[in-house]
Design a protein around this ligand. Structure first.
Ligand code: APR
Ligand code: ZN
Ligand code: ZN
Length: 361
């Protein structure tokens, strides 16, 4: 079958190959025919080695498709079901899942599937990115990673739910729990940042400032619910105008993955405000805070992993918001391409030109 293949960590391009084979189906596994898959910045983080990932690997973790085959013990989905792929599904049994009620922090399945090759090509063992690898025509996944959705949801819409939308909207409504009437600032207006902006809007924020380097993105952000937008160096001025004498925002979100914008997000919130870090970075990059500000300003810095979402219910909750016209997901698709366009899509993303490119399989 066809798939995109990254040969080595650090390579800048993938090779489109047609001789990859999927792994064998265990009793609780599901074979999914991928129909649509997004190009997310985390794929690039994986290619560059910012995120731990075995190679060679098939990128892609934001996907949707149809169940083509199920193992004999599968109970959660059936052949023909339309599903969204969850790259970090909860096991439903561990301390995080049950006692701590934080299923998004369950590592049982993710760690198990990420460490095992998912595909073969001749004698070569090939991993799937984040234990998935959706830039492929087919994929074998544990049943927990396949979340059933309604048949009438277009696959391109469904695929966005698998990462960017859940990560971004979830950061606003689940992690930060943005309150009605509040003031928010969002750093980065890619697929994740635009989703954060939409999450803030759905939560009823009164002011939402979008920050990006790219002028087109600043314009686009306004159509998704941002009330203002600016370049990073213009934010201090806007903060002064919008938050009563430069007091600072109630909530800031970092949706890029850079130390300087994490620091800027911390600076942008008021004393007692919350900076939520959505962007992914590597283990070697650090951010500095001084000892005085940490206690004096009583700000909260929160990580947000997969939108603090319970994928079992939140994927369909987000789709209900989309069906109700409260999330604009069609508008987030900048381009639709075939698998052969993957390298161009990566380049457009590096230049900050896309919200989401969707690969149709
Ligand atoms: N200041 C402001 N904006 C910036 C800066 C900067 N220094 N650097 C990049 N940007 C903007 C880009 O112009 C682009 O619009 O950030 C945006 C990033 O968007 P994408 O590349 O599309 O990334 P996305 O898929 O949205 O992911 C963002 O969230 O989940 C994580 O791993 C993901 O770290 C990544 C982040
Ligand atoms: Zn668990
Ligand atoms: Zn992603």
């Amino acid at each position: 079958m066809r798939a995109a293949l990254l040969h080595n960590i650090g390579d800048e391009t993938v090779e489109i190959v047609d001789d990859i084979e999927i792994g064998t189906l265990g009793p609780t596994d599901v074979r999914v025919e991928i129909k649509s898959t997004g190009v997310c910045h985390s794929d690039l983080h994986g290619m560059k080695g910012d995120l731990p990932q075995g190679a060679p690997f098939v990128p892609g973790h934001e996907g949707a498709g149809v169940v083509a085959e199920v193992g004999e013990a599968v109970t959660q989905v059936a052949v023909g079901d339309h599903v969204v792929v969850a790259w970090s599904p909860p096991c439903g049994k561990c301390t995080q899942c049950v006692d701590l009620k934080s299923p998004h922090l369950c590592i049982m399945i993710q760690f198990a599937i990420a460490g095992v090759p998912k595909f073969t090509r001749g004698d070569e063992q090939i991993f799937g990115f984040a234990g998935t690898g959706t830039w492929a025509e087919q994929l074998v996944l544990p049943q927990e990673a396949c979340i059933k959705i309604d048949d009438d949801v277009p696959f391109e819409i469904a695929s966005l739910i698998g990462c960017g939308v859940t990560t971004g909207v979830g950061a606003a409504i689940n992690t930060a729990k943005v309150t009605p009437g509040s003031t928010c600032v969002v750093f980065g207006c890619g697929g994740v940042g635009i989703s954060v902006i939409q999450g803030c809007r759905v939560a009823g924020a009164a002011t939402i400032v979008a920050v990006d380097l790219n002028d087109d993105k600043l314009k686009t952000a306004l159509s998704f619910g941002a009330t203002h937008s600016c370049k990073p160096d213009e934010l201090d001025g806007l903060k002064g105008e919008l938050t009563g004498g430069a007091m600072g925002f109630d909530y800031a979100f970092e949706a890029i993955g850079l130390p300087q914008t994490v620091r800027a997000a911390y600076n942008a919130v008021r004393r007692g405000g919350t900076a939520t870090i959505v962007g992914a970075g590597n283990m070697m990059t650090t951010v500095e805070f001084n000892m005085f500000e940490l206690f004096f300003d009583e700000k909260t810095i929160k990580g947000s992993y997969y939108g603090s979402a319970d994928v079992r219910s939140d994927f369909n909750r987000l789709l209900r918001l989309w069906k109700a016209g409260k999330l604009d997901l069609e508008g987030m698709i900048t381009a639709r391409i075939g698998l052969e366009g993957a390298n161009d899509a990566i380049q457009h993303m590096i230049k900050g030109e896309t919200i989401r490119t969707v690969i149709e399989l």
